[in-house]
Design a protein around this ligand. Sequence first.
Ligand code: NI
Length: 157
Amino acid sequence: MTQKREKHIEDIKTLTQRIKKTVNGFSDEQLNTPYRENGWTVRQVINHIVDSHTNGFIRLKMMLIEDHPTLIPYDQDKWAELPDTKTLDIEISLKILDGLQTRIAYLFEHATEADYKRTAHHPEVGDVDFEHELENYSSHGNTHLSQITGLKEKMGW
Ligand code: NI
């Protein structure tokens, strides 16, 4: 296992705890604040991470068992407007995310060198490999978490 992979896997494993720590004690008003003008609210950002990583989990499993599968895109902005992403309690998502990130990290931890070279076709991105997916899901979580920490700093929360 390369250090780079270890770092990404560690980030995947700790994401839920880092989010929980960041939004601990947030009121509904804080959760309903957009992280930037016309952006998603904190609530939507957290619920969106589950939207994205449930899709990701399925994509990863497809990549491991099928030969160069075509991945199914999802319209993240439309998903974010559905009630379970827009208005539902983040605690529900944090519970899902806790287990989901563990399962995703476990897949990467147990992937072989050959697995890391497995590829898929993403209709919007082009061809991707399993290594790229590791970087993708680790940085995706970190990027959204930094939107929330950025908002906290800006608002002085
Ligand atoms: Ni995203």
